[in-house]
Design a protein around this ligand. Structure first.
Ligand SMILES: [Zn+2]
Length: 244
């Protein structure tokens, strides 16, 4: 196994590539020596974001060796969000973009959060991008924190179909091919499939904002069959994404 294989650019010694070549799925990012400016002589550590397929500078290292070690820390393929959504849906399946942390020198990692959950979960805690954390502090592994690696994936519980007057578009015990995702309540639009606990996914026909006395307004999703679901601003709503 060649996990940490470095490639060199034949035309310049200021850049090195980890993994396969740029166009290869095994490409993991690069390190680049800064030749001018206040960072001249340092190395930019630029992991590849597996979702956007763009390299971003996560940190600068003083030496080539340190830069290499930092990039090697970044887990290929990234990590998933660690928020537990419900007994019915298990953990959030979205990609994690940030990780919370605590302690002097940032040494204790907190929880991995997707863009949707990061809006409301642990908002008071310091956080940084997952790539930056790993480059600086080491690869995030199952042993290094709460649940990464071992996730609760509940079986699709049988749904007693005769119990429901409104039939979902996709039954909660039969959503093969669909993928679960998260959306902020205010981003839900007509056509979205929102997941009702215990029943399945209903299609949103319209959304209205209902004022609630002495409380936040409610985004109400009016779905097929007369089913309704609601959530407040910035609350995470489980949705099903249809097969591509
Ligand atoms: Zn999430």
């Amino acid at each position: 196994m060649t996990m940490n294989e470095w490639k060199f650019n034949p035309h310049t010694d200021t850049i090195q590539y980890l993994g396969g070549w740029l166009t290869d799925p095994t490409y993991r990012g690069c390190i680049v020596r800064e030749n001018s400016g206040r960072r001249a002589g340092t190395w930019a550590v630029r992991p590849r974001d597996p979702w956007t397929e763009v390299d971003h500078t996560a940190m600068y290292a003083e030496t080539m060796e340190a830069a290499r070690a930092a990039l090697e820390n970044v887990t290929p393929g990234g990590h998933r969000c660690e928020v537990f959504v419900s007994q019915y849906l298990g953990h959030c399946p979205e990609r994690a973009s940030v990780v919370t942390y605590s302690g002097i020198g940032d040494q204790f990692r907190g929880i991995l959060l997707c863009p949707v959950h990061s809006v409301k979960v642990l908002v008071g805690d310091p956080r940084m991008s997952v790539e930056r954390w790993e480059a600086k502090c080491g690869a995030i592994t199952h042993e290094s924190g709460p649940i990464v690696g071992d996730r609760v994936t509940p079986p699709m519980a049988p749904v007693r179909r005769s119990d429901f007057l409104s039939r979902p578009v996709v039954w909660g015990d039969d959503w093969e091919g669909y993928t679960l995702g998260m959306k902020l309540a205010q981003r839900i639009v007509r056509g979205d499939l929102v997941m009702f606990h215990g029943t399945g996914a209903f299609e949103v026909n319209s959304v209205d904002v209902v004022p609630i006395p002495l409380d936040e307004p409610l985004y109400r999703f009016n779905c097929n069959g007369g089913a309704t679901y609601g959530g407040t601003y910035n609350c995470a709503v489980p949705v099903l994404n249809p097969p591509l």
